[in-house]
Design a protein around this ligand. Structure first.
Ligand SMILES: Nc1ncnc2c1ncn2[C@@H]1O[C@H](COP(=O)(O)OP(=O)(O)OP(=O)(O)O)[C@@H](O)[C@H]1O
Ligand SMILES: [Mg+2]
Length: 255
């Protein structure tokens, strides 16, 4: 699904990403850990194609197609969907206006959207300007809902759990699983049930991992992926030994 090779990225003439390698196979969801300022959001914004992030070397492939020459719109059409760490407020545009643009026009599609509006308590946000005056947790809820309705096949989520209370976290986990088309938590399907979309989720907390099946985690330190492994085990080790552990672990410098 997503293959990143030897990616170097400059922001305002500073090299922030230094040879990042990352592979997310079809149907897998990977977590991205790393200290503040290590380059997680820069990686995510570069995958999405924001022009201020300048790729100086390396490649980003979606389904084996190099996307570096594509603009954001074209990447969205390929199936890449992003929920930003700090989504912007857009005054004058209501959530329902954006929904009308991306909503499926057929009756079945509309019924699905209505179902999802009720299931995830979105009705109260429909007449509000995008993110205007919403609390931190509500912004995450509203952003993830837009992502769910736009049906991406690669979900890129930058800290979907930051600032979210434990009860809403469960709802947000449910929305992410709905976007991934992953029903295993809901219906207790066997854990090898893999008929789902792919994802990359930057997070500092393992809390969201209670609700989403994550296949692997990568640790980014100072613009490089230094380590990978089982997400829960890695998070426990980071909590106990700090990120220093990741620099020296047995998977050092691997994908
Ligand atoms: N637009 C920008 N202009 C200048 N520097 C930037 C810009 N965007 C990112 N940086 C710098 O790049 C580095 C990596 O930032 P990034 O936002 O990717 O960190 P992060 O790993 O996402 O951190 P956090 O966990 O705090 O979200 C930081 O030093 C940051 O200041
Ligand atoms: Mg960030």
């Amino acid at each position: 699904m997503l293959t990143i090779n030897n990616l170097h990225v400059e922001v305002q003439d500073n090299e922030v990403l230094k040879s990042v390698n990352l592979e997310i196979p079809d149907g897998e969801v990977h977590a991205l850990f790393g200290p503040n300022g290590s380059g997680k959001s820069v990686l995510i914004m570069t995958i999405m194609g924001y022009p201020e992030y300048k790729v100086t070397e390396g490649s980003i492939l979606i389904d084996n197609k190099d996307i570096l020459e594509l603009d954001i719109n074209e990447r969205v059409k390929l199936g890449v969907g992003l929920s930003e760490q700090r989504p912007p407020t857009i005054k004058g545009v209501k959530l329902k206006n954006l929904l009308e643009l991306i909503e499926h026009k057929d009756k079945k599609g509309q019924l699905y959207v209505n179902d999802m509006i009720e299931k995830f308590n979105i009705r109260k946000f429909l007449d509000r300007n995008i993110n205007d005056g919403l609390s931190g947790g509500e912004i995450k809820q509203s952003e993830l809902f837009l992502l769910l309705i736009s049906n991406p096949k690669l979900l890129i989520l930058d800290e979907p759990d930051s600032g979210v209370d434990p009860e809403k976290l469960k709802k947000i986990g449910g929305m992410i699983n709905e976007s991934l088309r992953d029903k295993r938590f809901e219906k207790r399907l066997p854990s090898n049930h893999l008929n789902r979309n792919s994802g990359l989720i930057a997070t500092h907390s393992a809390a969201i991992l209670d609700y989403i099946h994550v296949d692997k985690a990568h640790v980014m330190i100072n613009g490089e992926i230094k380590c990978y492994g089982n997400a829960n085990i890695l998070m426990d080790q980071i909590k106990e030994n700090g990120y220093e552990y990741c620099i020296n672990c047995q998977h050092k410098n691997n994908m």
